[in-house]
Design a protein around this ligand. Structure first.
Ligand code: AMP
Ligand code: GLY
Length: 423
C-alpha cells in the first residue's frame, strides 16, 4: 500500500515510524509532516484543511490509504469528501465521516448520544444566548466547581472549570453573548463536576467490528503536580495501573460495548479510532469526552505496545475484517515525556537548534514540532520532541526516558519531571 498520513505532530511521527515496518507498506507520505517523518518517507507541504490539495497529492502519488491524525479534517468531512469523489472512492480512509466525528465536534451531540445509550456521564444541560437566563438558573442549582464547555472544537481550550458562581455566570455570558470561543461557543454545555482520576481508552473499529487497543493516561497541565495551564499533553503512560480487574470490566460493559452498539443502532458509520476520555469516580467509570482520533501524546505509548503489524491491522479495518484480526499487545509498560519550548502553552520562540538526538540509545524519540534547516534540526512548535521508553512497569520505563532526556538540548527546553506522580 501507498499510505498518506495527515498531520505533523508526535502522533503522526509515531504512526509513520511503526507503519514503516509493515509488510504492506510500499511507500509512505506525510502531509505536512516534520523533521522526523521526513527521514521515514516523503513530506508533502500542504495545508490539512485544503481537501482539494490533498486530493491532488493522492492522485499524483497513487495513494491507497489515507490516515487522518488530527480532528479538524475529520470534523470538516474529509472522509465524506473522499466518498463523494469518483476519483477517490477506492482510497481507504482511516478516520470517521462527518456525522460520526460530531462525537468530538459537538459536546451536545456526544452528550445526547450517551443519554440515548445509557452511557454513564456527568449530568448536563445546554444553553444558547437566547436561554442565558435559564443557564444562570441552572448554575445556581449546581454545587461548585462549575464545568462550562463550548459545544464546538476550540483547540482544546473550550472547557472552563470555575469555583465561584459569579465567575461562572460571567464566563457563560462571555461564551454565549461575546462568542469567547467564536462559533464554537454559540452553544454551551454546563455539567456536573466529577471528582476522580482520569484515563483514556482506545478502540479501533471498521464500522462493524472493533478491537480494544492499549489504554493510557496523559498529563495535560504544564506544571508539576498537575498545576498551571492546560497543554496538548506533557506525557503519557500505558497501561494505566488502576485500570484492571472489575474496573476494567465495568469500562467494557458500561462504556465500550454500549458506545459501539449505539453507533450501530443510530446508523452512524464509524471507521477509525474512538478515543474515550474517562474519569474514575470511586470505583465507577464515567465518560468525560469522546474524540474521534488517536490522542497525542497517548499515541506515543499506545502504538509502540502493539506487536501486530499495524499495516495489516489498518488493511483489516479497510476491508471490514477486524473480526478475524488477532491483536497482539506487548505486556511491558511504555511511558513518554514531552519536551516543550520555554513559555509554552503561552508565547514561545521557534527556530532553536536541537542537539543530542544521535546520542539516544534505548528510547524512541518522536518529533512533535520540528523542522530541518540545512543539516540541522530546529524547533518549530510548542511541543517539540517526545521521548518514549519501555520497562517492566511505568517507573522503570520513565527512568529510561529521563536518562535519555539529559542528552537532548535546545534553548529554553522544558519538561515535566513528575509524569505518573499520582499513581
Ligand atoms: P474535555 O475537553 O471535555 O476532555 O475536558 C477537558 C478537561 O476538563 C478534562 O480532561 C477534565 O480534566 C476536565 N473535565 C471535563 N469535564 C469534567 C467534569 N464533568 N468534571 C470534572 N472535570 C471535567
Ligand atoms: N492528549 C489529549 C488529546 O490528544 O486530545
Amino acid at each position: 500500500m501507498k499510505i498518506l498520513i495527515i498531520g505533523s505532530g508526535g502522533r503522526e511521527h509515531t504512526l509513520a515510524h511503526i507503519l514503516k515496518k509493515s509488510k504492506h507498506l510500499k511507500q509512505l507520505f506525510v502531509a505536512p509532516g516534520n523533521a522526523g517523518t521526513q527521514i521515514l518517507g516523503t513530506n508533502i507541504d500542504i495545508n490539512i484543511s485544503d481537501f482539494e490539495a490533498i486530493k491532488q497529492a493522492v492522485l499524483q502519488h497513487k495513494i491507497n490509504m489515507l490516515i487522518v491524525g488530527p480532528e479538524d479534517p475529520l470534523v470538516n468531512g474529509i472522509h465524506d469528501f473522499f466518498l463523494a469523489d469518483a476519483q477517490l472512492q477506492n482510497v481507504s480512509v482511516i478516520g470517521p465521516q462527518k456525522l460520526a466525528a460530531q462525537l468530538e465536534g459537538s459536546k451536545e451531540f456526544a452528550k445526547e448520544f450517551m443519554m440515548r445509550h445509557n452511557i454513564p456521564t456527568a449530568k448536563y444541560q445546554s444553553f444558547t444566548a437566547k436561554t442565558l437566563t435559564e443557564g444562570f438558573a441552572f448554575l445556581e442549582s449546581l454545587k461548585p466547581p462549575y464545568v462550562l464547555k463550548a459545544d464546538g472544537l476550540a483547540a482544546g481550550k473550550g472547557v472552563v472549570i470555575l469555583n465561584n458562581l459569579k465567575e461562572a455566570k460571567a464566563e457563560l455570558n462571555a461564551m454565549l453573548t461575546h462568542q469567547k470561543f467564536g462559533k464554537a461557543s454559540t452553544k454551551v454545555v454546563i455539567e456536573e463536576f466529577l471528582d476522580g482520576i482520569e484515563m483514556s481508552c482506545f478502540v479501533l473499529t471498521d464500522g462493524k467490528n472493533y478491537v480494544n487497543l492499549p489504554n493510557a493516561k496523559d498529563y495535560k497541565r504544564i506544571g508539576e503536580g498537575d498545576k498551571g495551564l492546560n497543554t496538548g499533553g506533557m506525557g503519557a503512560i500505558s497501561p494505566v495501573p488502576f485500570a484492571e480487574g472489575k474496573f476494567l470490566a465495568k469500562i467494557q460493559e458500561r462504556i465500550v460495548k454500549p458506545t459501539m452498539s449505539g453507533l450501530q443502532k443510530d446508523n452512524i458509520s464509524f471507521v477509525g479510532f474512538v478515543f474515550i476520555g474517562l474519569i474514575k469516580v470511586n470505583d465507577d467509570p464515567f465518560v468525560i469526552e469522546y474524540n474521534v482520533r488517536l490522542g497525542d501524546p497517548e499515541t506515543e505509548v499506545v502504538l509502540p505496545r502493539i506487536k501486530s503489524d499495524l499495516g495489516v491491522l489498518f488493511k483489516a479495518v479497510a476491508d471490514k475484517k477486524l473480526d478475524t484480526f488477532n491483536l497482539e499487545i506487548d505486556e511491558q509498560s511504555a511511558t513518554t515525556v514531552m519536551l516543550v519550548s520555554g513559555g509554552y502553552p503561552e508565547a514561545y520562540e521557534k527556530g532553536k537548534t536541537i542537539k543530542g538526538l544521535d546520542k539516544i540509545e534505548d528510547s524512541l524519540v518522536f518529533h512533535a514540532g520540528t523542522k530541518s534547516n540545512n543539516d540541522k534540526i530546529i524547533t518549530n512548535g510548542g511541543r517539540v520532541l517526545v521521548v518514549t521508553s519501555f520497562g517492566k512497569d511505568f517507573k522503570e520505563a520513565l527512568k529510561t526516558s529521563y536518562k535519555n532526556i539529559e542528552k537532548i538540548h535546545f534553548d529554553k527546553m522544558n519538561y515535566r519531571k513528575d509524569i505518573g506522580f499520582d499513581l
